[in-house]
Design a protein around this ligand. Structure first.
Ligand code: AHG
Ligand code: MN
Ligand code: MN
Length: 338
């Protein structure tokens, strides 16, 4: 055994290639739960496969002539891009055949999709996602993403809605994939945050960061300042304060890109209530909750107005929420102005 270990150590010393993949990470996490059936790992591997498929379709979007609007609207009354639908169908196909997936819910589908009946759903999972976040950035080659949240199916549940309407604090896993200058997969299973980058040469996500921590402060605020005239007063007071204290403004207009920068560089990301969207614009179950779980797991804070975001009891699948999340000190600065 020790000869074998010395042999492997020598090989490691000769090569700096990173061989720790998302798949290895998932299996290592699974081995920490001795009774595990592996179902949950299968679901995460479906997310990884979907991410690779979506990444490759996005790279070819202009060549394949799939940019632009489809001419239809989703359940939120927003114009669907062709790629919103392509990404959604990719996720539904990858997840749909995985045994433990009881229900899936997507920004692009009004109703949740029941894949197993109640008896079969026992011990299964609910997977919720925003297949393509920031899709209006597509035409200009800006960053876009996929966001997902995984909940235990509380079988027996009377309806799919009842099964899904759990507060974010009950999430078992959450993550996002940022399709930017590289493809980045950020994941939590409630045990810290890990980050993986897709190596397109070998087709695998490689772990570049385990136990990612968000800086405790960072003088950046990220929000759509064009909406400022109709923000509640507290947010306006915060902006006055930040602008007099040397803060910079950064806004990509895609939550995944903005939250990713906030996680790595610190600062605060906000989507306050506006006249157009009095409850905020972002969706609680598949945008805000997964991001809040990640940010808290990285040592930051996430609020829906004055309430901890993960404690919000959802009433409907597609409900919207105010979002304030990021570095703990920066979130505190916002909260004391509200
Ligand atoms: P989606 O493309 O999934 O509908 O999400 C867009 C969201 C989110 O990504 C972003 O933070 C926000 O909309 C931007 O909204 P504004 O254009 O109102 O700033
Ligand atoms: Mn979105
Ligand atoms: Mn979307």
């Amino acid at each position: 055994m020790s000869t074998q270990n010395t042999f492997l150590k020598e090989l490691d010393e000769r090569s700096s290639d990173n061989l720790f993949t998302l798949q290895s990470h998932i299996l290592a996490e699974q081995s920490k739960h001795p009774g595990s059936t592996g179902t949950f790992s299968w679901i995460l591997s479906a997310m990884s496969l979907s991410a690779k498929v979506i990444a490759s379709k996005l790279r070819r979007a202009r060549l394949d002539d799939v940019l632009g609007a489809l001419g239809t609207e989703n359940v939120q009354g927003e114009r669907q891009q062709k790629l919103d639908v392509i990404a959604n169908e990719t996720l539904l196909r990858c997840l749909g055949r995985r045994k433990g997936v009881a229900i899936v819910a997507s920004e692009e589908n009004e109703e949740p999709i029941l894949l197993r009946d109640n008896a079969e759903a026992e011990g299964g999972y609910c997977v919720l996602f925003d297949p393509l976040d920031g899709s209006s950035n597509l035409d200009v080659c800006g960053g876009v993403g996929t966001i997902f949240s995984i909940l235990q199916h509380p079988s027996p549940a009377a309806t799919a809605d009842e099964a899904m309407l759990q507060p974010g604090s009950r999430q078992l896993a959450a993550g996002y994939i940022l399709f930017g200058s590289s493809t980045v997969f950020v994941l939590t299973t409630g045990n810290g945050v890990s980050m993986f980058v897709l190596d397109p040469m070998i087709g695998a996500f490689l772990r570049v960061e385990d136990n990612l921590r968000i800086p405790t402060k960072g003088k950046i605020y990220s929000l759509n300042e064009g909406n400022r005239p109709t923000f509640p007063e507290g947010y306006q007071r915060y902006l006055d304060w930040a602008q007099h204290n040397g803060y910079s403004s950064r806004y990509a207009g895609a939550m995944v890109a903005d939250v990713h920068r906030t996680l790595l560089k610190g600062g605060v990301f906000l989507y306050p209530p506006t006249a157009k969207a009095p409850n905020g614009k972002l969706r609680l179950m598949y945008e805000a909750n997964p991001m809040a779980f990640l940010v808290e797991q990285a040592g930051g804070k996430a609020y829906a107005g004055k309430e901890r975001l993960l404690d919000v009891q959802p009433k409907t699948l597609h409900q919207r929420t105010t979002v304030i999340l990021g570095s703990s000190e920066e979130v505190d600065h916002v909260l004391r102005h509200l």
